[in-house]
Design a protein around this ligand. Sequence first.
Ligand code: UGA
Ligand code: MN
Length: 488
Amino acid sequence: MPSAYYAALDQPLTSSDDDEEEDIERHQQQHRQRQQRRPKGAAPRIPFLATHSLPPPMALLRGSSGVVGSRRRCLRTAGLFGGALIFLIALCYFTLNTDTRLALGLGGGGGGATDDSDEGIHLGKHSQSLGLSRFRELARQRQTIPAFDGQDLPKFASKNRKDSSIRNPYRSYGILSRALNESLHLCSEGHLDQRLYVQDKPVAQYGHLPIIYFVTPTYPRREQIPELTRLAHTLLHVPRLHWLVANDQEGCNTFMDGMLKRFGIPYTHLASPMPSNFRKVKPAPRGVANRRAALQWLRQRNLTDGVLYFGDDDNTYDLGLFSEIRQTQRVSMFPVGFIADYGVSGPVVRKGKVVAFLDSWLAGRRWPVDMAGFAVNLEYMAQFPNVNMPYKPGFEEDRFLRSIGLRLDLIEPRGKNCSQILVWHTQTKSKKAAVVRLESEYLDGRSNLGALFRSLKIMGVASASDTEGPKALISKNGKASDHATILS
Ligand code: UGA
Ligand code: MN
């Protein structure tokens, strides 16, 4: 990302909350109102029970005002008993350690999780099994993962901020790990490896290797097809790879279907457009809808064997990267060249262990790494049903890695203990697609130019127009002539 992009991400926040945060606030406010409405002298509601909407036991007992004395005494004794019982249960609950509580299906809250624990993730999982409401799940996540508190919501920087019709999408989509529930548009796929040889060995000889699921978000622009072509020619040298190409576009690009098929690499082509309201904001969450779609695709197929890697369409990949990431047991990491101000981002390794990170844009991220700087084992990832990548520019990597319960001691440093660069964050100079004035009457079968411009248009590179753009000049014998003279 360019420095200006980082600067934009660092801007102070102007929008305060998202939906989930609002839900939590609303719920808390309702609770306070209920407390205020409580009749004088009535027992305070016990918060734990209040979330279940059950009347607290003491309030129930006090409600029986017209009953005879002995019955009242009896109830009072029962009340005392009940209170003691609740106290005892609470005592047991808090003395059990988190793992035991989780194992018993009691949830893990209240244990005072530290910032480095993955408890928040387990909580989400187990609170679901307890059938608790989404509010409680989110409230708990908020308690245990401090940075999810909405303080670092992306700045809403619509070009036209006075236009009230443009609602801050970060409000409507929420960032608190909105569950992955993408509707998948599968354009085409090919599961057979059509290559005969890879790196001078018959493809069949690689059968024992775990598959690398190489997820490439891509989007329509002038450079898209050349980028994918270049990337394909790297991937053609990689055995046992499934290329998941997720295109940020509403419909399926049939040209891309044909192109992917022709390469012969096992592939899946998804159409995964960015939600329209994100397109109007800067910075936009680039490649997020695509990666979410790919995560959903992996999950729907229950794929637990192999390695996931997020490989953007414009990066440069050393073939050494693939043999390194293929060994990933849980999460492996390695430096990425050309990132931001230091020209690199990656782990700091001491005595063979990752101890910290070098990155010029920290922004409070626990995992300040680039998307291309890690790989994840699918069996490991499958343990985390709440896997997620929120629409939060600049924080996608961090939040994704949090959602899979990453801990420092789980990270496997790759590339000679993170001393090699095996992937480069190269960026292509972007330009608008060209328009050339070349009248349609000349784009028929009399020359190659008709077919050429039709294909350039399909690829989004250039188009011919009857009325717009600089007039197409054609030269012969070093002399430029009007195209009409040559093409007529
Ligand atoms: C850097 C990281 O390398 C990305 O992995 C990360 O997603 C991105 O920053 C970010 O946080 O925004 P960078 O070169 O700055 O990448 O961004 P791009 O290469 O423009 O976009 C990342 C990926 O998303 C690319 O594969 C691109 O094709 C795709 N993308 C981009 C879309 O699918 N839609 C878009 O509108 C823009
Ligand atoms: Mn890029």
